[in-house]
Write a protein that binds this ligand. Structure first.
Ligand code: FAD
Ligand code: MLT
Ligand code: ZN
Length: 494
């Protein structure tokens, strides 16, 4: 989808167009301290060098930037924003570009400000567990660093090898263990951010408690780059668990998945660290594209990946075994397996973490919806979607039916469903059938239209399904305070 696919979107003429003097300014600002630019105005630049900055992870959205800026220091970010603000050059911040809502790439010719060169870990305090690092540090690198200190990053997700901690903060990413370690709104203690006028906001607090005035950093967590650029973070990190167990269950109905969740919380209490639900369609996709063997022989309508993390292996295993005995006795689960070693543990996680990639390869596109719902109706949305697409004759095996599969999986422990509609090719009929119908369905069940991926370009028109006009109006007022010229993240978010 390029901007042309959205006739309602027009390039805003208030934004300036990039010229050679701008390039000269950026080059001179960056070169001294090791930053760099990729300049499409230069005839000798290979157009494919800009491709990675213009196309998102899903390959659904494509922008037309002529310039990607990669600063090395906060001061450079400040000088660049100040300059862009005075010139009214529009900017899209970019981390690892793994976002799934079209937020991290330009719509038209916005300048991409990519954080990948700001990738230093500054300090770690073993007593408090507080880590201080640049926004551009790759999540997995941060976690590997912490592993050496017997700690872990409080967030983990399938894109950890590419996404940046700053991008995760900007989207308030939830991930696989939120039910245990909490949201980034709680674990990020401090933030350094640069406002569009170049002001550096130093809120790099390392304290757990700090009730002094408005907690401004919270505005940046989940703001997707709408208010400014996050350049540094302090994060409170838990001890690395000494014992991790992973079990994988086959379950005959969604009702039993709910029972399994309730029993798991009751038996495992403080050691439960993940409870992930997957339907059979998602696992068939993984089978088709992934070389790992099915953990369970028979197929089941639903699967659950349950993880415990604790400090005493014997104690954790005893609790898990008692839970499983109970689940089998009450016929809540039909079959199950527990990982016996690290490699089996990884294979089981791969059945869950690999779904996104397998979905991306299933056809030529995926319509992705990331919603929060009350647990009792969570999977009803998948059934309702299947019915709707079948009724409209859009779902089926024939090549003129665009929809291949409707898949449901997600962070059940957080009430977060990922509804995915895999298509042979993107098709306006499917989009029309799903939007705003999915959002209406979610709103009518008092859910949220964006649980963890954010709004980006995809959900901007639908915010009203989750937020009142008064709240949206206040968001716009705040935007005007932070960014009166509107240079940050145009055409997206709110
Ligand atoms: P980008 O994609 O580059 O940017 C995301 C948004 O933040 C954009 O609007 C961008 O402008 C803005 N931004 C980026 N960096 C900054 C910054 N420093 N300052 C200000 N704004 C910035 N998400 C979950 O919540 N849970 C999951 O379990 C999960 N799993 C995923 C698995 C896969 C395989 C993939 C591809 C994605 C997954 N995601 C998940 C999506 C998730 O949003 C991202 O992986 C991650 O949070 C984005 O980080 P990023 O560095 O790639 O940010
Ligand atoms: C996940 O939980 O795997 C992610 O949020 C990615 C997705 O929704 O595809
Ligand atoms: Zn997710």
């Amino acid at each position: 989808f390029t901007a042309d696919s959205y006739p309602s979107l027009q390039r805003d003429p208030r934004y300036a167009t990039l010229n050679q003097a701008d390039i000269d300014f950026f080059r001179s600002t960056l070169e001294k301290e090791g930053g760099s630019i990729v300049n499409g105005l230069d005839q000798s630049t290979d157009p494919s060098d800009l491709e990675a900055f213009n196309v998102d992870w899903t390959h659904k959205y494509r922008g037309k930037t002529q310039l990607a800026i990669k600063p090395k220091t906060t001061e450079q970010v400040s000088r660049i924003l100040k300059y862009c603000n005075s010139r009214r050059l529009a900017i899209v911040p970019q981390g690892g570009n793994t976002g799934l809502v079209g937020g991290s790439i330009p719509v038209f010719d916005e300048i991409v400000l990519n954080l990948s060169l700001m990738n230093k870990i500054h300090s770690f305090d073993e007593l408090s567990g507080v880590l201080s690092l640049d926004a551009g540090v790759i999540l997995e690198n941060a976690d590997n660093f912490l592993a050496e200190k017997d700690h872990m990053f409080p967030l983990d997700l399938g894109a950890k090898g590419s996404c940046q901690v700053g991008g995760c903060a900007a989207t308030a990413a939830g991930g696989l263990r939120l039910l245990r370690y909490g949201s980034l709104h709680g674990t990020i203690l401090g933030i350094e951010a640069v406002l569009p006028d170049g002001t550096i906001l130093d809120n790099m607090v390392t304290l757990r408690k700090d009730n002094t005035g408005l907690d401004l950093k919270q505005l940046f967590i989940g703001s997707e780059g709408y208010l400014g650029i996050i350049t540094r973070l302090t994060v409170i990190c838990p001890r690395r668990p000494r014992s991790t167990n992973v079990a994988f269950f086959g379950v005959s109905s969604y009702e039993n998945v709910l029972k399994a969740f309730s029993e798991s919380k009751s038996y495992l209490t403080e050691i439960i660290s993940a409870f992930e639900m997957m339907d059979n369609t998602s696992q068939r996709l993984v089978d088709a594209l992934n070389s790992t063997q099915r953990p369970l022989e028979e197929e089941h309508p639903f699967y659950v990946l349950l993880e415990t993390q604790g400090s005493n292996k014997e104690h954790d295993e005893q609790k898990l075994n008692e839970l499983i005995e109970n689940l089998i006795e009450k016929e809540v689960i039909a079959d199950g397996v527990i990982a016996q070693d690290e490699s089996q543990l990884r294979v089981l996680w791969e059945r869950r973490e690999g779904i996104t990639e397998c979905l991306a390869k299933a056809g030529s596109g995926v319509y992705k919806y990331d919603v929060s719902l009350p647990l009792n109706v969570l999977y009803d949305l998948v059934n309702a979607t299947k019915e709707r697409l079948a009724d409209l004759k859009l779902l089926g095996e024939s090549s003129d039916q665009p929809v291949i599969d409707v898949v449901g999986f997600g962070h059940m422990g957080d009430g977060n469903l990922h509804l995915n509609v895999a298509v042979r090719q993107y098709d306006k009929r499917v989009e029309k059938a799903l939007e705003p119908w999915v959002f209406e369905w979610v709103a009518s069940h008092r859910g949220s239209i964006s649980a963890e991926h954010g709004l980006g370009l995809l959900k901007k028109p639908y915010l009203g399904y989750s937020k009142s006009p008064e709240m949206i109006s206040l968001m716009k007022t705040l935007k005007n305070v932070f960014d009166p010229n509107g240079i940050m993240l145009p055409y997206k978010y709110v």
